[in-house]
Write a new protein. Sequence first.
Length: 524
Amino acid sequence: MSLMRRVLRFAFDHLENALGRFFPAQWNPILNLGALGFFFYWVITATGIYLYIFFDTGVREAYSSVEYMTNEQWYAAGVMRSLHRYASDGLVIVMLLHLAREFSLDRYRGVRWFSWVTGVLVLIMIYISGITGYWLVWDRLAQYVAIVSTEWLDRLGLFAESIARNFLHPGMLNDRFFTLMIFIHIAVPLLALIALWVHLQRVIKPRINPPRGLAVGVFVSMLALSLAHPAVSQGPANLAEVPGTIGLDWFYLPLYPLLENLPGMVTWSAAATLTIIMVAMPWLPTLRRPPPAAVSLDNCNGCIRCFNDCPYGAITMVARSDGLPYERQPVVNASLCTSCGICAGSCPTSMPFRRGSKLVAGIDLPDHNMADLRTALHAAAEGLTGSQRIIVFGCEPCLPQLSVLSDKVATVSVRCIGQLPPAFIDYTLSRGLADGVALAGCRENSCYYRFGIQWTNGRLARERDPRLRARVTKDQVKVFWVGRLGGKTLNQLLLEFANTLDEMKPRKPLRADRETEDQEQVHV
Ligand code: HEM
Ligand code: SF4
Ligand code: SF4
């Protein structure tokens, strides 16, 4: 599993980088797969409703009504039919890529098992919806799909009567069967929508809409494809004849030749085994994750910032229980916590300036806490010399390999860049531990822990609490969202940053009497 994850991760990193050259960060399709899935779903729904107006559910009429739409009304219903088809294909592509990407990033084990398992359910439903869609056209491909599917179901031996019998000769098939098919083709996607809602229950503020520009671009491309290569039928179904050569759909039906030719025992066992493996994957093996965030009530004033910033809804605010004069206190649900540390980055008590009392934050990661971070910062700064010293705070999943590590640049690792309270930047500069601070992490819009980069950008821009103090000037802090493969770029950017520092007037470290003021920022 781990080798497969690494290979896929390598491929996705390169794909993300390659697409990053053509698309602005927000628009990169590989970073919008879930949102694109929703977009395709809505296109399928809207075009499906339009097609239903013209579709006739009778056995004899189904084919001719689709032909009417394709040929007579090619400019409206025909285009709708093509959009319906291409959006369904697009849905399969983005869904499979989304699945593979979450797997490659190891975002399917531990607390993420829920999204994965519900995702498997969605996957099955989308396939059922697509396959039943092919039946409705009632052309030669539909005939093939109907016969192979029903023979496969019959091999399960669960039905009192053979379903495939309905397709033995033209007289056997009646309109009721067709009505059942259209019912399934509408009901299953609706159930899939409910399953998608469940799928996102543990993801706070999920991105379900792609950026407008990307959505418009995808829609226009589908429209152009629909006009250039309209979806067409493959001749009317004729149950009196065995369909000869037919064009297969490679998005929904690639396994049909196997279903047709392998014994039922083999195909049903393979399908059952694959489903069980997919569902069990989050526990193959179980993720050994770091301990969840822990609350220290003595240091908490109930400000709810941690609750607002947690990307996984792992924090709830409850009535205060320790007698301190605050209304609320946070409680961490360990089964939802990914140990990203973003809550600690948002806590006003994550203050490195504290000297008198021990550095204990209101909420923190037991294995990677604020006191450890301050110790690591001092250790990193110790080796730096000269007037271009840079401390790079980088996130664990994405900090690329740096070759400029020297007496000028040192790195300090955080679980997610959102774990870094802006006070640490102020502390680094005001204590003279470095001349500049760089923040490095995943590519923009691609934060491993979802909101680390977004919250950090807001904190640095002084638009989101905790804000970077005004005395830190812009030229002293740079952010480099270059991702894991951005080592070369980051080295270059750090060298350029170092040169700008040289041109700046040296700043004096903060006077000792200002530190009292720093400590007073924390009211607990
Ligand atoms: C039509 C199909 C699907 C759609 C539209 C969809 C959509 C989404 C969206 C919008 C998110 C939230 C992304 C974010 O804002 O960070 C998400 C998360 C996720 N999806 Fe899907 N999904 C689909 C199918 C699947 C499938 C088939 C799987 C795997 C079997 C899957 C696994 C996951 C996982 C593990 C997450 C959580 C990622 C995290 O915790 O950061 N999804 N999905
Ligand atoms: S560590 Fe991350 S997931 Fe856990 S409570 Fe804090 S912000 Fe939420
Ligand atoms: S951010 Fe810190 S002080 Fe505010 S509620 Fe959370 S733990 Fe308490």
